[in-house]
Write a protein that binds this ligand. Sequence first.
Ligand SMILES: Nc1ncnc2c1ncn2[C@@H]1O[C@H](COP(=O)(O)OP(=O)(O)OP(=O)(O)O)[C@@H](O)[C@H]1O
Length: 326
Amino acid sequence: MNEINIENVTKTYGDVTSLDGVSLTIPSGSTFGLLGTNGAGKTTLFRLLVGHEHPDTGTLEVAGRSPDEGASIRQRVGYLPENAGFPASFTGREVLSFHADMRGVSSAVKDDRIADALETVGLSEAADRRVGGYSNGMNRRLGLATVLVAEPRVLLLDEPFSGLDPMGVDALNGVIARLSTETSMTIVLTSHTLVEAGRVCDRIAILDDGCVRVSGAADDLRRATGYTVTVRFRAVDEDALSRVADRFVESPNVRAVDRTDDGWLRVRCARDEVLDVITAAHDGTDVDGFEVHEPDLYDVFHDAVGSDAGMETAPPPAAGRQERGG
Ligand SMILES: Nc1ncnc2c1ncn2[C@@H]1O[C@H](COP(=O)(O)OP(=O)(O)OP(=O)(O)O)[C@@H](O)[C@H]1O
């Protein structure tokens, strides 16, 4: 069963087409990553799903309702915008009390709901401190609690990891992962950070220029990439890197060769060609180190959009990392 159905939705602002015939279904209980470059239309889609904006054409249904159904949508769908801020003089508990009232939480259950939300996001001990003294990560977790107080069926989180340091990312990731496994909530998050989205999302869609380029189970999409394995090479200098790249010109073993922004040569090949590729690259003294990694969302994104423009990617995991000379 699907918790979100989006059919042929178009949204324009003057000359700008923000969404261009988007159709997407999001299964109940999934943790869904809506990925895309800046301006792809992710936030617009969220705003349509909560009824803050209306589509020019097409239909949307979320948690069994039309987004136009006002208050009942606010109870069923928790939308956390990217830059949610709170009055610095309020305590965390006061912020949640305000949001519980706004989302129609009855006074009989309000205190319990607030306590549960604080516990879920790990802010119970900080609940009565003023939020002006919260860290960025605590603010983001408080934001998540503001939507959890209504116990929504659907969570829409716009760029939840943006601007967080690695510890903040880990803490928030842990909360989302727990919600994902311990509740039946459907969680949809947007992200520029492919690595974070890959950790927490079981399904993804890639939005580009207002269109859905690809959507499905993250594992299926990873497997379906044309690039089975990526091998990255570092060379002793720029000339050496060019010589290594030249070894792969017209090589039948590789599917693509390109450079990363941080100066590595990236070679994509089938899994059973990896050893041949490494051997070919090592023919000489040019290679200074290499890394091998299995397909990830970067590859899915690259296949779908044809570039990684605007997406944040961390270095691939160090599986199989080998370095010469320490
Ligand atoms: N209220 C608006 N008025 C005019 N143009 C808008 C408005 N909202 C969005 N747009 C335009 O629609 C396009 C999609 O914007 P949107 O914010 O949905 O993208 P996004 O994928 O969320 O981008 P980002 O990752 O940068 O937040 C952009 O070109 C944006 O400038």
